[in-house]
Write a protein that binds this ligand. Structure first.
Ligand code: 6PG
Length: 295
């Protein structure tokens, strides 16, 4: 009899613990409405893997949810800070966001600040510039104040000076309280060699642990780059936008857990809340290694 009482008491305590946890979770979501948006996106459309949540790359859905998270962040903190990625893939997202600027004029565009996760060391009007990509596809016509655009500077003779200037700009904007600048979302692409931002395989800057921004070297032109460092990326909410058949083998190795751990994309580690927006061919390769959140 005593044993039964003991077991039922334990069950009651367990229920109270769950009740308490549920109340704590509900309170957290009330205090962080942007997390409600993220969780809805992950549970409605995502499939989980240790590396994060895999989503089918739908540009208008990505743009809609990105803006919903921005809107909630602005309600919560008065500002939304995004770090944009480069390369070719994000152009479709920028064009979807440009459409939203017209369709959703009520969005608090003036409270959105845009930064970059990396940049090619070329003038901002050079077609190879990541800033130029976003400007032509979205920002030229967007109702975002020009002072809210924070491109990585490429006018310094020495890229080292540019990196330090950008880090100073980040510290001025985010303050020094946190160990790293906490963006609402950092967009990233992935190269078919496993690079992310402008962190390329074998580059010594992959070992950087203190600085937020460093010069780096790419294997292809334009070789000189600037990039956020690995610790900054790991500390943030990451959205990967990855498309292209050439990346399929690496995506499969990444989600199967067989990837070379020295590749930058693997060095990021694991974070369930990171989102991997994958194009059709890449989604199919990751799918077998994922499961629904509630299974
Ligand atoms: C860059 C990018 C880089 C890019 C990948 C994927 O400056 O090139 O930041 O990290 O995201 O190379 O590029 P694509 O989208 O063109 O495949």
């Amino acid at each position: 009899m005593a044993q039964q009482n003991g077991q039922s008491l334990q069950r009651v305590r367990q229920v109270f613990r769950y009740e308490e946890q549920l109340r704590a979770n509900a309170q957290f979501l009330e205090e962080n409405p942007d997390m409600k948006v993220r969780l809805r996106l992950m549970f409605l459309y995502g499939r989980v893997n240790g590396r994060g949540t895999v989503l089918y790359l739908n540009w208008s859905r990505a743009a809609d949810y990105l803006l919903e998270i921005c809107t909630e962040a602005i309600k919560l903190r008065g500002v939304c800070n995004l770090a944009l990625s480069g390369g070719k893939t994000p152009e479709a997202l920028f064009r979807a966001l440009a459409r939203q600027c017209i369709l959703q004029p009520t969005t608090d565009w003036q409270h959105i600040h845009l930064f970059w996760s990396d940049e090619r060391y070329v003038p901002h009007d050079d077609p190879r510039s990541n800033f130029a990509l976003a400007y032509e596809a979205w920002l030229r016509e967007a109702p975002i104040p020009r002072e809210n655009l924070h491109p990585m500077p490429t006018r310094y003779a020495n890229p080292e000076d540019a990196a330090r200037a950008y880090e100073a700009e980040l510290r001025a904007h985010f303050g020094d309280a946190d160990e790293y600048p906490m963006f609402d979302i950092v967009l990233l692409g992935m190269g078919n060699d496993g690079h992310i931002a402008s962190l390329f395989p074998g580059d010594p800057v992959l070992e950087e642990t203190e600085r937020w921004v460093v010069p780096s070297r790419a294997p292809a032109e334009p070789r000189q780059r600037l990039t956020l460092t690995l610790p900054v990326l790991k500390a943030n909410h990451l959205w990967f936008l990855v498309a292209g058949e050439s990346k399929a083998p690496l995506i499969e190795q990444l989600f199967a857990g067989t990837i070379d751990p020295t590749l930058p994309v693997a060095m990021l580690g694991e974070e369930l809340t990171w989102l991997w927006w994958l194009s059709e061919e890449l989604f199919a390769r990751a799918f077998p290694y994922t499961r629904l959140w509630w299974r």
